[in-house]
Design a protein around this ligand. Structure first.
Ligand code: FMN
Length: 360
């Protein structure tokens, strides 16, 4: 791990730091992050979680250049688009970065082949359990596999299947979420699995004190998304960033399923017209079902397709009323647009100063 936390580094140009890092706290942080940073090949064990449309070449390379670990969000990209995005990211950084693939993507194995062609060091599989053969295909390319573990039982199963690291993400997070909070997941899972593989804690982290806390509990590192959306280097539309800067924690709400027949995967996003209309849409489709005017499959598809293209509409087009402004509860701690290096420096300074108060 490089000297990001030593006083000499502070003098060498980390002008973003609010004050020189406390010596003992800095060393303690470095020690606690050593395993995660070595695993990622980064200076600090902080990942910028992949965010569709946001985590592209600019944010990812800036994150890795700042000493953290950027992850490209492949989302619904075709293999050709992913190929171009990885090449463009490589042109902007020589530091390691990862690629996040969604397990349901119909071309998953072609996307894995694209990552292999570029010798991407870390592939994150999101959106469900890895399909048969996918872990093997990634590992054959020499890359490390990181998966999301929603429960302790699944974490153990994934470790047995050979994953190299896990992310545990609580319901405070932005985007698609599970039902359990980060603090409960961390307490349930870290004591059982943190020794087996590096575990990165995600969801609701906005300041370094929380990072220090999860490291103390055994995490190898952390993953943040919401905190990085308003980085200067992020290409998110000015309206999207403005909505983040204005919002408080209670504005970031999870979508609600209204009818048991029509499944909704909860997504945490800022309250807006699209969210309200989604409730109305569910009621409308449920009434059509009751009246026998649509088949069940067609009704479920109508619900599923409601949000299609909605994140792009908000992030790229700036329509923050009718698009989806995915954001976690830590959004209240996003108060301005600032370079990613300054965000990292602030998080590190807060974590180091929290650890300064510890005994060792
Ligand atoms: C706008 C937005 C888009 C996201 N898109 C994805 C995605 O495409 N794939 C994914 O695995 N996670 C996605 N996430 C989750 C992040 O990678 C990250 O795990 C999460 O933001 C961490 O919680 P936090 O928002 O509380 O920091 C998204 C989050 C946000 C805020």
């Amino acid at each position: 791990m490089a000297t990001i936390m030593t006083p000499s580094h502070v003098e060498a140009g980390a002008q973003a730091l609010p004050q020189p890092l406390p010596q003992a706290g800095g060393e303690r942080l470095q020690r606690r992050m050593a395993r995660g940073a070595a695993f990622l090949g980064s200076e600090v064990a902080i990942m910028a979680g992949a965010m569709s449309w946001v985590s592209e070449r600019n944010l990812v390379s800036a994150m890795s250049n700042a000493g953290g670990f950027g992850v490209i969000a492949c989302g619904a990209m075709t293999p050709e688009l992913l190929d171009a995005e990885i090449a463009a990211t490589k042109a902007l950084t020589t530091k390691p970065f990862g690629v996040n693939l969604i397990t349901m993507h119909p071309a998953l194995f072609d996307l894995i082949a694209v990552c292999a062609k570029h010798k991407v060091g870390h592939v994150v599989l999101a959106g469900g359990l890895p399909p048969k053969g996918s872990l093997e295909a990634i590992k054959e390319s020499g890359a490390r596999v990181i998966c999301f573990a929603p429960t302790l039982a699944l974490a153990k199963k994934l470790i047995r299947s050979g994953v190299d690291a896990l992310v545990i993400e609580g319901m405070e997070a932005g985007g698609h979420i599970g039902p359990v909070s980060t603090s409960v997941l961390a307490q349930e899972m870290l004591p059982e699995i943190a020794e087996l593989v590096p575990v990165f804690v995600a969801g609701g982290i906005g300041r370094g004190e929380a990072i220090a806390g999860y490291l103390d509990m055994g995490a190898a590192g952390v993953q943040l998304g919401t905190r990085f959306v308003c980085a200067t280097e992020s290409i998110a539309h000015a309206n999207f960033k403005r909505a983040f800067i204005r919002a408080s924690a209670r504005d970031a709400i999870a979508s609600v399923q209204i009818d048991p027949r029509l499944p909704v995967i909860p997504v945490r996003a800022l309250k807006n017209a699209a969210g309200e209309l989604f409730g109305a849409k569910q009621r409308e489709v449920a009434l059509l079902l009751d009246g026998g005017k649509v088949e069940m499959l067609e009704a479920q598809l109508q619900i599923e397709h409601y949000w299609a293209g909605a994140l792009r509409r908000a992030v790229i087009d700036g329509d923050v009323e009718h698009g989806s402004v995915m954001a976690g509860q830590s959004v209240g701690m996003v108060t301005k647009e600032e370079p990613i290096a300054e965000i990292i420096a602030a998080l590190i300074a807060e974590a180091a100063s929290a650890l300064e108060k510890r005994a060792a």
